[in-house]
Design a protein around this ligand. Structure first.
Ligand code: SF4
Length: 298
């Protein structure tokens, strides 16, 4: 297990405004940590570490920035008269349940604040550690939209071990999905990233979508791998070393950050056919408004 350094800082703001034209539903994010001990080779957030003066490879995995005052800052922001209780996504640039969370509990504190303010939110994670906060998630679900999204690119352990070396096993994520869903928390799965030549075959995608459905996911989202600056420099040497036979394909596919449009469209269409066959819907983010109702937002 790598030696991880936690760097404690004080943040000025907890809520980050996201301005993505095609994603008007996703307007606010919250990341208690920067960097991620889960060390996924494809992580698109790697580039962010450069802004801190660190490298996007090993430093991203092993130098984790901890926003120690996140919870009081968030509470202050949620109390602001101009805040309209819009939906917030937790974990867009780190896993909010990476190992650091067991030490600092910042995600837990943020969820408690969202529950107290009936503020809708979604959480994206690869860790069954989220089960620790089940009671808070249920409380939040009673007063606002709350969605937990488990990221599961594959159930094949021989691939998982290489691409997500410090993450909990995919089977443990399915178990957590089942626990949360049975308890009444709205859950979904992101089949992402879909990695050309590794996880984009029909069998892998069907296995994940089927397992998602069988374990209580209400929807399955998908996304083909993209390799932007900061990620590509870490991913390509990994590929050269671990799956050298794929190198020519990637050199052709990823001259820029995105795979060819035709390829992405084919993959997306295949996932959509799977969803239709297995009775699933695509990714659904929580609504921007709180429900204000004492019922589960499912
Ligand atoms: S768990 Fe998410 S944030 Fe963490 S390294 Fe993997 S992809 Fe990146």
């Amino acid at each position: 297990m790598p030696q991880v350094t936690f760097e404690e800082i004080e943040c000025k703001s907890a809520l980050n405004h996201i301005n993505i034209p095609d994603m008007s539903q996703l307007r606010w994010s919250l990341n208690p940590y920067r960097g991620c001990q889960h060390a996924c080779v494809y992580c698109f957030a790697r580039g962010n570490h450069e802004f801190l003066g660190y490298d996007t490879g090993r430093d991203f995995n092993e130098r984790v920035i901890v926003k120690t005052n996140l919870v009081p800052v968030l509470k202050r922001e949620l109390r602001r008269s101009g805040w309209k209780r819009e939906a917030v996504t937790i974990g867009t640039a780190c896993d909010p349940y990476q190992q650091a969370e067991l030490k600092y509990g910042l995600t837990r504190g943020a969820l408690q604040a969202f529950a107290a303010h009936a503020n809708p939110c979604s959480i994206i994670t690869k860790s069954p550690a989220i089960e620790r906060d089940l009671s808070i998630l249920l409380e939040l679900s009673r007063v606002a939209d709350c969605t937990v999204i488990f990221s599961i690119p594959t159930l094949r352990e021989e691939i998982w071990r290489h691409i997500e070396p410090e993450t909990p096993k995919p089977s443990s994520r399915l178990a957590a999905l089942s626990t949360l869903s049975e308890a009444g928390v709205r859950c979904g799965v992101m089949l992402a990233p879909i990695i050309p030549g590794l996880t984009d075959d029909a069998e892998n995608m069907e296995t994940v979508v089927q397992a998602a459905r069988d374990n209580g996911a209400g929807f399955v989202g998908d996304n083909v791998l993209y390799l932007k600056r900061g990620t590509k420099e870490w991913f390509m040497p990994f590929l050269r070393e671990t799956y050298p036979h794929l190198l020519p394909t990637y050199e052709r596919f990823y001259r820029g950050a995105f795979a060819p449009k035709a390829h992405s469209e084919d993959v997306t269409a295949a996932v959509q056919r799977l969803r239709e066959r297995l009775g699933m819907t695509p990714n659904q983010l929580p609504s921007r408004e709180p429900t204000g109702q004492l019922q589960l937002a499912v």
